[in-house]
Design a protein around this ligand. Structure first.
Ligand code: ATP
Ligand code: MG
Length: 359
């Protein structure tokens, strides 16, 4: 059998990001060994807020270009309490996503076995969504500025950029994804009553692209009404597409509704695959629990399953998710964010044992 080698760039980042990525690399090694059909060649990068404090840069100037040599990127989290969040976000995450044109941020949300939702009475069959977030422009395009600092006429602007090409490609991606899911249901989220340029363009393009997907049922929602629908009628939703800002907020709500931010994964995809995609948990560096050994690694394991699927290793991805689900089903293996007492080490060991078929 030929063994295919995938080159993985691992960027743990800061805080618990490093802890969950280290745990995940152990799990990936066990999977590759069990599968036998592929190998992972991992390179670790120390790009982080620590590096920024030492050198003035989160990553080298050609950092994004260095990543082009890899098949995928596994990312932990970046950020520290004493460095402003906007410096961190632009210093590392967006400086990777934007040049590598990872324009589709995909966030599956469902309740894993054994994990309960804070929504009363909702069961696993009623909450199964994929949120598609536009990841290259919109409100996070970085356009705008400040003038007249300190004066009463000081002005600060953040300009949202919506291009026809950018909106069309993300909406098309969302329709394609909805078409592959059993319910073939898509909700397009905007705020086109109040934001009368870019959001109206979204509505128009959605109606145009929908013509190419007659088998997909779709509807439009305003983002404010969407938060109510997610809580009151979770089973009425399946695939969801929204702008960079709106989907950022909706997906944190979705993560909380599915049980914990500690189990929510995301993938920053370049669907055309001409650059590597990046896989990460949605949570941050969580310095309040760093070093205590209690970070929940499940979000990172789940994103690693998305990475394996993207790399064409579907059987290994399925094996990993089956192992993760067998572990979440056991409350004695829940970390404190899920109300349990388990450690990162215990969860990781249990997932590895399940992969090896010993439980
Ligand atoms: P950021 O500034 O990037 O949002 P953060 O440090 O504020 O990062 P969040 O991801 O917002 O962290 O998480 C908020 C809180 O949720 C954390 O402070 C932590 O207590 C908890 N939390 C987040 N991720 C995990 C995890 N994987 N396991 C356990 N608890 C977590
Ligand atoms: Mg936070």
């Amino acid at each position: 059998m030929t063994v295919k080698t995938h080159k993985i760039a691992a960027i743990g980042g800061d805080g618990i990001g490093v802890e969950v990525v280290d745990a995940c690399l152990e799990v990936l090694d066990a999977l590759a060994e069990r599968d036998g059909g592929f190998a992972l060649e991992t390179t670790n990068f120390d790009w982080s807020t620590d590096r920024y404090k030492r050198t003035g840069e989160f990553m080298p100037k050609d950092g994004a270009d260095q990543l082009r040599a890899f098949d995928a990127i596994l990312f932990g989290a970046v950020g520290a309490p004493d460095v402003p969040d906007h410096l961190t976000l632009w210093g590392l995450r967006l400086s990777i996503c934007q040049p590598l044109d990872q324009y589709a941020n995909v966030r599956p949300t469902r309740m894993l076995p054994g994990i309960t939702s804070p929504l009363r009475g909702v069961d696993r069959t009623e909450l199964d969504w994929v949120i598609v977030r536009e990841n290259s422009e919109g409100e996070y395009a970085g356009q705008g500025g400040r003038s007249h600092p300190g004066l009463p006429i000081e002005v600060a602007t953040d300009v949202s950029i919506f291009t026809r090409a950018g909106v069309e490609r993300i909406i098309r991606y969302a329709f394609q994804l909805a078409q592959k899911r059993p319910r073939k249901l898509l909700t397009v989220v905007t705020k086109s009553n109040a934001q009368r340029h870019g959001m109206v363009l979204w509505d128009q393009i959605a109606a145009e692209v929908a013509q190419d997907f007659p088998d997909v049922t779709w509807d439009k929602m305003l983002v404010d009404a969407m938060t109510v629908r997610m809580v009151m009628h979770p089973d009425s939703l399946d695939t969801i597409v929204a702008t960079n800002l709106h989907a950022d907020i909706l997906s944190d709500l979705a993560a909380a509704l599915s049980g914990s931010i500690g189990v929510a994964p995301t993938a920053n995809l370049n669907p055309e695959r001409d650059t590597p995609s990046m896989f990460e948990p949605i949570h941050g560096s969580a310095f309040d629990i760093t070093g205590k050994g209690v970070a929940n690694p499940v979000a990172t394991f789940w994103t690693a399953a998305m990475m394996l699927e993207h790399l064409g290793e579907k059987p290994a991805a399925d094996r990993l998710m089956a192992a993760v689900e067998s572990v979440t089903a056991d409350p004695s293996l829940h970390t404190p964010d899920l109300g349990g007492k388990a450690t990162t080490r215990a969860v990781t060991d249990a997932v590895i044992a399940a992969i090896r078929g010993r439980n």
